[in-house]
Design a protein. Structure first.
Length: 198
């Protein structure tokens, strides 16, 4: 599947109608999701691999991994109502993914690759840390979307456990989702980061 075809297919994934601000439930835009997935695919970390999507939301990353030929895909999110939407999205796009409601602390599903768009920590400081910890616990390689400028923190936080092997700059066009948003779209500079366990 070509990058543009993947992006157009992921545009069909339904988001969350009533996102939870405390959980920072922002829909990962299809172009950004496709870019992360395609980078992982080209590195050999998707096709034929077991893939876990941490904080899967409505399933855009998990579904994309399945479309790119992952052998099995598991998505986990703490919000049960969003898991229902993820399952509906998977059925709509005719992909096989397992979507689970649960907490990352007890999640020990070993896989080959983790994909994730963790919270940026705007509502709860260090909200991304459980995602990083879980990713490095269950998989030898993880791809995630982080705020631009997070590399020094990430490098320090994963020191002795993993190394950063790839960074791609991108924009996250965040659509107006909450009443306090003053713009229809705000483009946030982000980095797609690949970490490999050592």
């Amino acid at each position: 599947m070509k990058l543009r075809t993947l992006e157009m297919t992921l545009e069909r994934v339904k988001g969350v109608p009533d996102p939870d601000l405390g959980l920072e439930q922002y829909m990962t835009p299809a172009p950004l999701a496709a870019r992360l997935l395609y980078d992982a695919y080209l590195a050999g970390d998707i096709k034929g691999c077991g893939v876990c999507d941490l904080g899967c939301g409505s399933g855009i990353l998990a579904i994309g991994a399945a479309l790119l030929g992952a052998s099995h895909v598991v998505g986990i999110d703490s919000d049960e109502r969003i898991i229902k939407i993820a399952r509906e999205n998977g059925e709509k796009l005719s992909v096989e993914c397992t979507f689970l409601a649960g907490d990352l602390l007890g999640f020990d599903h070993a896989c080959d690759t983790v994909i994730m768009n963790p919270p940026f920590g705007a509502q709860r400081e260090h909200a991304d840390r459980p995602f990083i910890d879980a990713a490095l616990r269950i998989a030898p390689v993880a791809y995630g979307i982080f705020n631009t400028g997070s590399i020094p923190f990430l490098s320090s936080y994963i020191k002795g456990r993993a190394v950063i092997v790839g960074v791609v700059s991108a924009l996250f066009p965040m659509k107006r989702s909450f009443s306090f948003h003053t713009r229809d779209v705000l483009e946030i500079p982000v980095e797609i980061v690949c970490m490999r366990r050592i």
